[in-house]
Design a protein around this ligand. Structure first.
Ligand code: DOR
Ligand code: ZN
Length: 351
C-alpha cells in the first residue's frame, strides 16, 4: 500500500523537445527518456544535421533500437532547416510520416547550429510549403547579432524575426521552443490559435544567479541562457496556468562532462532522469497539481493533432533520488540535473 501523502495518476506524458545525440551517448540516454515518456519530439541538431528523409528514418531506427524492452515509446522526428531547404523533400518526409515538424535554428545560435538559417528569405519557399501542408515550425527563438546582449536575444528575435514570420505566413503554426522570458510568454498568449511554447524544467527552477553567483556553474549553462527572476516567475505562472498553449519540453541536452567543465563549456542540461519529479515539484509549489496533466500529457498532443497516450504514470509524494551521472559504454560521464539530490516525488510508468 502506498504511504504517499499525494498520489496522482495521469496519462503517460510526452516530451516535446528532446536531444538524444547519436552513438554511445544515444544508447546511454534514451532509456532515461523512455522511462518517463510515451513519445518525444527528437531534435535534429546532429553532426551533420538531419536534413534528409532518409537520414531521419535511419536515425529513428537507431533510437528505437536503444529503447529498453517493456517501454512503449515513439520517437517523432524533425527536419533541420537550412538555407535553401528543399520544400519537396520536406513535404515528402511529412507525407511519409517521418517528419512531424521542422526546426529553425538561427545560424550559430546554439549547439550544432552552424548549418542553421541565416535569413528568412533563405527559407521562404520551405516556410510557404510548411504553411500549405500543415507542418509546424519549431523555433529556437534567439538572434545571434553580436551587438545584442545575450539576455535580450529572445525578445529581439520576437520583434525582428518571429513577428515577421507570422505576418508573412498567416497559416503557419509555430512552437516557441524553451521559452525563457515574460516577453515570450506574452507573445505566445497573443497568438493562441497558431502558437504554442514548450517550457523546460530548468528554466522553471533556475535564474541567472544560479548560474553566476558564488562561482560559475557550467551545469546550469544552457541556451537560451537562464534569465532574471521575474522571467522565471512568469514561466512558472504560464506552465501551471492550465492554458493549452504551454506544454512540456525538457530540452534534455546531454554533453560529456569534460565539454561542460572547461574554459568554453557547451550549452545544455541533461535532465531526462529527473524531469517529472522536478516539474511535479514546481506544480506543487504553485498549488497547481490539477494542471500538471494538461501540461505534461494533453496540451502537446492537442497541438500536434495526436491522441493522448493510453498508458499511465503514477506520481507519488515519496522521496527519491536519481544518479549523479550517467556513464556511456565507452566511459563518458554525463552529469544529471538534480542527480544525487533529494527529490520529493517518485514517478512510475505503468505501461
Ligand atoms: O542548452 C541547449 N542545448 N540549448 C539548445 O538550444 C541546444 C541544446 C543542445 O543541443 O545541446
Ligand atoms: Zn533543444
Amino acid at each position: 500500500m502506498s504511504t504517499a501523502e499525494i498520489t496522482l495518476t495521469i496519462p503517460t506524458p510526452d516530451d516535446w523537445h528532446t536531444h538524444f545525440r547519436d552513438g554511445e551517448i544515444l544508447k546511454a540516454v534514451v532509456p532515461h527518456t523512455t522511462a518517463q515518456f510515451g513519445r518525444s519530439i527528437v531534435m535534429p541538431n546532429l553532426v551533420p544535421p538531419i536534413t534528409t528523409v532518409d537520414a531521419a528514418a535511419a536515425y529513428r531506427e537507431r533510437i528505437k533500437a536503444a529503447v529498453p524492452a517493456g517501454h512503449s515509446y515513439t520517437p517523432l522526428m524533425t527536419c533541420y532547416l537550412t538555407d535553401g531547404a528543399s520544400p519537396d523533400e520536406m513535404e515528402r518526409g511529412h507525407r511519409e510520416g517521418v517528419w512531424v515538424a521542422a526546426k529553425l535554428y538561427p545560424a550559430h545560435a546554439t549547439t550544432n547550429s552552424a548549418h542553421g538559417v541565416t535569413s528568412l528569405d533563405a527559407i521562404e519557399p520551405a516556410l510557404s510549403r510548411m504553411e500549405k501542408i500543415g507542418m509546424p515550425m519549431l523555433v529556437h527563438g534567439e538572434v545571434t547579432d553580436h551587438d545584442v546582449d545575450i539576455f535580450d536575444r529572445e525578445k529581439v528575435f520576437i520583434d525582428r524575426v518571429l513577428s515577421e514570420v507570422l505576418r508573412r505566413h498567416p497559416g503557419l503554426r509555430v512552437v516557441m521552443e524553451h521559452v525563457t522570458t515574460e516577453d515570450g510568454v506574452a507573445f505566445v498568449r497573443a497568438n493562441p490559435d497558431r502558437m504554442a511554447a514548450t517550457i523546460t524544467p530548468h528554466h522553471l527552477v533556475l535564474n541567472r544567479n544560479d548560474l553566476l553567483v558564488g562561482g560559475i556553474r557550467p551545469h546550469h549553462y544552457c541556451l537560451p541562457v537562464v534569465k532574471r527572476e521575474k522571467h522565471r516567475l512568469a514561466l512558472r505562472k504560464a506552465a501551471t496556468s492550465g492554458e493549452k498553449t504551454f506544454f512540456l519540453g525538457t530540452d534534455t541536452a546531454p554533453h560529456a562532462i569534460h565539454l561542460k567543465e572547461c574554459a568554453c563549456g557547451c550549452a545544455g542540461l541533461f535532465n531526462a532522469p529527473t524531469t517529472m519529479q522536478v516539474y511535479t515539484q514546481v506544480f506543487h509549489e504553485e498549488n497547481a497539481l490539477q494542471h500538471l496533466e494538461g501540461f505534461a500529457s494533453r496540451n502537446g498532443p492537442a497541438f500536434y493533432g495526436l491522441p493522448v497516450n493510453e498508458g499511465t504514470m503514477t506520481i507519488e509524494q515519496k522521496p527519491s533520488t536519481a544518479p549523479e551521472r550517467v556513464t556511456t559504454n565507452d566511459g563518458i560521464d554525463i552529469v544529471v540535473f538534480k542527480g544525487g539530490e533529494a527529490l520529493n516525488w517518485t514517478v512510475t510508468r505503468s505501461s
